[in-house]
Design a protein around this ligand. Structure first.
Ligand code: SAM
Length: 272
């Protein structure tokens, strides 16, 4: 492991807002019988208030979680990601700036039910999640994951999806249709014209990947829906969502690794 990563991991141990559960404890009774974490049902105590709780799943470096929290002191925000070196950035910022309504949780989203009790969470953001073109059960908006979210989302709780991926957007809409989930907002090109019905933060706060994809000219899609639903969730039939067709329409993405924004702009300009 690189020296820089080791330094970040060591510093992560000092951030009070970063929760890093031990995988061994979580999985002590097996993958299908996760042990509850001690914070499950107790996040009010962690934040010392009973404000609504908002999660960002796959938050990366946490810019979006941080920006939302800075705009709204009356809600608590938790960014979840598996990558410690990415969380280091958001957790460090929150610590240095004494942000009291932010936390970060280092875990796989697959284990999320071990951390939140029924009715504990008000909203979930899925921001630029990997579309997982070949593995439905790895998609963060699949029926399998919606089951998990339903176990702790308040009745009427909302899921927001922001993505550059037509595949993931069409798939998620098809999941909503297959399960008669209420779609609250649906924009195929968020920035083409401003929808006055949407909360300003949806336009004014952008994630790290969102800004990269916008620079490259991809349209950003936004979907908000509720998962109030009795019974099991169904996968969409092929008439609602044809994975082969949508896979073929999905182009490659250039992320440019660790490049700075300026280097990225230069490379993009020269590749056009
Ligand atoms: C494309 S990045 C998006 C980061 C951020 N949301 C943004 O828009 O800038 C996807 C992030 O999701 C995280 N991720 C993907 N699958 C995950 C999983 N199953 N559990 C936890 N994190 C996951 C990755 O580590 C990565 O940081």
């Amino acid at each position: 492991m690189g020296h820089d990563k080791l330094r970040k991991f060591a510093e992560n141990e000092t951030f009070p807002c970063l929760v890093q559960p031990s995988c061994g404890e979580l999985l002590a009774d097996g993958y299908f019988n996760l042990r509850d974490h001690s914070l499950k049902g107790k996040w009010n105590g962690f934040f010392s208030n009973n404000h609504p709780l908002v999660l960002e799943l796959g938050c990366g470096k946490g810019e979006y979680t941080i920006a939302l929290s800075e705009r709204d002191a009356l809600r608590n925000f938790i960014g979840v990601d598996i990558k410690g070196a990415r969380l280091w950035k958001g957790a460090g910022y929150a610590t240095r700036n004494n942000l009291s309504n932010v936390a970060f949780l280092r875990t796989r989203v697959e284990f999320i039910t071990a951390f939140f009790a029924p009715g504990e969470v008000s909203e979930i953001w899925l921001t630029f999640s990997d579309p997982q073109l070949r593995s439905e059960n790895s998609r963060l908006s699949s029926p399998l994951f919606l089951e998990r979210y339903r176990s702790f989302l308040k009745p009427g709780g909302i899921i927001h999806l922001k993505t550059d991926s037509r595949f993931l957007y069409e798939y998620t809409k098809a999941v909503c249709m297959a399960n008669s989930l209420e779609i609250l907002s649906d924009c195929a090109d968020l920035y083409s014209s401003r929808n006055p019905d949407l909360s300003p933060e949806i336009y004014e706060v952008q994630t790290f990947y969102e800004s990269i994809f916008r620079e490259q000219g991809y349209s950003i899609k936004y979907l908000a829906f509720r998962i109030d639903h009795e019974g099991g969730y169904q996968s969409p039939s092929e008439s609602l969502f044809d994975p082969v067709f949508w896979r073929n329409t999905e182009g490659d993405r250039q992320i440019f690794g660790h490049d700075t924004a300026e280097t990225r702009r230069r490379k993009l300009a020269s590749s056009k």
